[in-house]
Write a protein that binds this ligand. Structure first.
Ligand SMILES: [Zn+2]
Length: 338
């Protein structure tokens, strides 16, 4: 008897490239964290209520409520470890994880470096125990402005010398308030420091947001949902094989995409775009990476061969070193032929 599709998908080595550390915290863990710091104490019911938001703004508020309760290296170690356990259980072999350093600086005015030590402890333990690799992307909040982003990116450049697990930078936050253009010089400076460049773009605004991200040198586009409204942009993305980090469930849950059936994931794939599947903020959206593979298989009729191709895309689009990429691609081939 042949194995079920969900077993195949779990066994398939996958990389998760668009995942926010803060968006992996469950309501239960949030309560546990809140008990460590009495000022922000929450009941489980209050925590669950935070996860029931109605729109993109409500989602950003929930994200803020979680981040406000991450105060110590131990807190970051706990959430990183639990994230790694969940990833390993889904057959994720590699993850590139956004951490909202911009929020730590802007809302809390505390240093990030001591907190990072906790993340690194959990990352190294996960590597040892699960064989999973994790790289960090320091994310700035675009609507906090250029000066705030500069603090985040320069900290990434400085810390990277000692911690090569810090691989890149990104801009998240509210695109409706700030496009990519103001960050042009900072992106150039980060690239010169050896950091890889990503940007959330075209999630809540039109294709101009994606052009803006490409124009300042973004190497990967987060979401890219509105690209399909611009035929020339679609051609450029396909021709240059710019990886687009697709987050289907996230787009439907935030209302950025009106319904699942309207999501462009299938059209992007058929147009030859280099797409990857991602979970974004799994506990806020009630999905995970394995679930995303299941969604495109069931709702968009991706075949096993095409799902394997998506897994291979996730490795090729990653910021891993070539040797590790080759090994993972080989493991994906083997998984397909077992
Ligand atoms: Zn995101």
């Amino acid at each position: 008897m042949s194995e079920s599709s969900s077993e195949f998908l779990r066994r398939l080595p996958k990389a998760e490239l668009h995942l926010h550390l803060e968006g992996t915290v469950t309501p239960e863990t949030l309560v546990e964290l809140s008990e460590r710091h009495p000022a922000g104490r929450l009941t489980l019911e209050q925590a669950r209520a935070l996860y029931r938001y109605a729109d993109f703004t409500g989602f950003l508020l929930a994200f803020k409520a979680i981040t406000e309760r991450l105060l110590s290296a131990d807190d970051y170690e706990l959430i990183t470890w639990r994230m790694a356990q969940t990833l390993a259980a889904q057959g994720v072999a590699h993850a590139e994880v956004y951490v909202s350093v911009g929020v730590v600086y802007y809302w809390r005015r505390i240093e990030f470096e001591p907190l990072f030590a906790g993340m690194e402890r959990a990352r190294l333990r996960a590597e040892r125990e699960f064989g999973i690799s994790i790289l960090w992307i320091f994310d700035a909040v675009r609507h906090f402005g250029v000066e705030e982003a500069a603090r985040v990116f320069r900290k990434a450049a400085e810390m990277r010398r000692e911690h090569p697990s810090i691989v890149g930078i990104g801009i998240g936050g509210d695109e409706r308030r700030t496009g990519a253009e103001p960050f042009r010089e900072l992106f150039a400076e980060a690239r010169d420091a050896g950091l890889r460049l990503t940007a959330h773009a075209g999630e809540t605004v039109g294709p101009e947001g994606i052009w803006g991200a490409l124009n300042i040198g973004a190497e990967r586009i987060g979401h890219g949902l509105s690209a399909e409204h611009d035929a020339e942009l679609m051609e450029v993305l396909a021709e240059r094989q710019v990886p687009v980090e697709i987050c289907v469930t996230s787009n439907v849950r935030t209302g950025s995409c009106p319904s699942l059936s309207e999501h462009p994931v299938r059209r992007y794939f058929d147009s030859g775009l280099m797409i990857t599947l991602n979970s974004d903020d799994p506990t806020l959206f009630g999905s995970d990476l394995l679930g995303e593979y299941g969604v495109v298989e069931q709702e968009f009729q991706f075949t096993q061969e095409q799902l394997r191709e998506l897994a291979a895309n996730s490795v090729e689009a990653s910021f891993l070193l070539p040797e590790r990429k080759v090994a993972m691609l080989r493991a994906i081939e083997d998984a397909a032929h077992e």
